[in-house]
Design a protein. Structure first.
Lengths: 209, 210
């Protein structure tokens, strides 16, 4: 036996169990989401990764389609009160959709606020709100479904995204949301981290259906 | 690629993915990042086994996730002429393991301190087990004593089964350097072990044909 064989003969650890593999896969996916969901201002390599990283993370968890019904109550919350054109709103929607990925398998529907346009009520940041509220509903619903399915990876990814909700403009900007809304979102963030589904159920029931 | 995957059946999807090299997948992942998950699935076992053997299961598990994160981050610089990404991933793993040298040394010490276990039937069997444990201890000590660069080369060959060319790729060093580091690592191990009665085969000169 030569030196290489001797080193090769040192005791080898057991292969990863399925649980350990799932844990590491979730850790990898969560890391990608954390890279991708940091604020988009300031400097750093992660700015270039934002959307790709979220997509890669979500692709690790090939869950079924999440059904979320429009923005519901959310849509009544905001409004910056500054008139905007259809082109302004469509640009906001396009920018936000490029910045915020949805859970696995989901794509954005048409989120242009046609009723507001028909009644000449388009306001600045309405496009931002439409996309961010839709994404919040999608991720909250994805968290609930992953939790119900005991899908630790899905819960981890959704929890990481939900933790970023308070930094999203639709919630953080005082022109668009008040402290009551921010408190509700903070409760959802804490509940997701703690594995408590009740406040998340409440949000989805109240705002997403 | 993504459009094709969406159109075809699951078995067809698997076939298409199987037919793609790592380099293909990494190239496409620049535009379709979710494809990078396939790199994780293909090479998880190899990266995990290597890291856990070096730094133990607790640190090794976490470092495995870090390897794939670092690989995803730097995939734009991947040399697409290299069809298999395993050496690249193990190179990243080796660099990350350096930050945990203290843990690695403790792990080697714990291997070195492994005592013979289990019931034995005869005195001869007891002697054999004690000798085997002592041999493991001496080899682990010898590995721990190596210069970091020599140890990396030796462990990538012995524990990750990389070829010299793959080690060269993993560590981004010339293949001649791989050969010289391996030779020095083997010589040092041989010097430490040759005096022991447990390794009579090492009393012969080192075969330089490594």
């Amino acid at each position: 036996m030569d030196e290489i064989e001797l080193v090769r003969s040192l005791p080898a650890p057991a292969p990863a169990s399925p649980t350990e593999r799932d844990r590491i896969r979730a850790s990898f996916a969560t890391g990608l989401v954390q890279m991708a969901t940091r604020p988009r201002t300031g400097s750093g390599w992660w700015r270039r990764l934002s959307r790709p990283a979220v997509l890669a993370a979500t692709a690790l968890f090939l869950a079924g389609m999440v059904t979320v019904v429009a923005a519901g109550v959310f849509a009544e919350w905001g409004g910056a009160g500054v008139a905007a054109t259809e082109a302004d709103i469509r640009a906001e929607i396009a920018d936000m959709q490029a910045a915020i990925a949805l859970p696995p398998g989901e794509t954005y529907p048409d989120l242009f606020p046609h009723k507001a346009a028909e009644t000449n009520n388009l306001a600045k940041y309405l496009g931002v709100q439409q996309v961010q509220f839709y994404a919040m509903c999608s991720w909250a619903t994805y968290w609930l479904e992953s939790h119900a399915a005991n899908d630790a990876g899905g819960v981890a990814v959704a929890t990481a995204v939900i933790a970023e909700f308070p930094t999203w403009q639709a919630i953080a900007d005082p022109r668009l949301a008040d402290d009551t809304i921010r408190r509700q979102i903070d409760e959802v963030v804490a509940a997701a981290a703690a594995g408590d589904r009740e406040p998340i159920d409440g949000l989805v029931a109240a705002a997403c259906q | 690629v993504q459009e094709s995957r969406n159109r075809i059946t699951p078995s067809r999807q698997e076939w298409v993915m199987d037919s793609l090299s790592d380099a293909d997948i990494i190239a496409h992942s620049m535009r379709d990042p979710d494809l990078f998950a396939e790199i994780f699935e293909r090479h998880f076992d190899s990266v995990y086994a290597y890291l856990v053997r070096r730094v133990g299961p607790d640190v090794g598990g976490d470092l495995t996730a870090d390897v794939f994160l670092a690989a995803f981050e730097s995939r734009g610089r991947y040399d697409l002429s290299r069809l298999i990404s395993r050496p690249w991933l193990l190179g990243i793993a080796t660099n990350l393991a350096h930050r945990h040298w203290r843990t690695e040394r403790l792990r080697l010490e714990s291997i070195a301190n492994t005592a013979p276990s289990g019931e034995v039937d005869t005195e001869d069997e007891t002697v054999e087990r004690v000798d085997a444990a002592a041999a493991v201890s001496e080899v682990a000590d010898a590995v721990a004593s190596l210069d970091a660069g020599w140890r990396d080369v030796l462990l990538l060959i012995a524990w990750a089964d990389l070829s010299y060319a793959e080690v060269s790729e993993a560590l981004d060093i010339p293949i001649g350097t791989v050969r010289s580091r391996l030779s020095r690592a083997r010589q040092q191990i041989r010097r430490r072990l040759a005096a022991s009665p447990l390794f009579p085969e090492l009393s012969y000169p080192l075969d330089t044909g490594v």
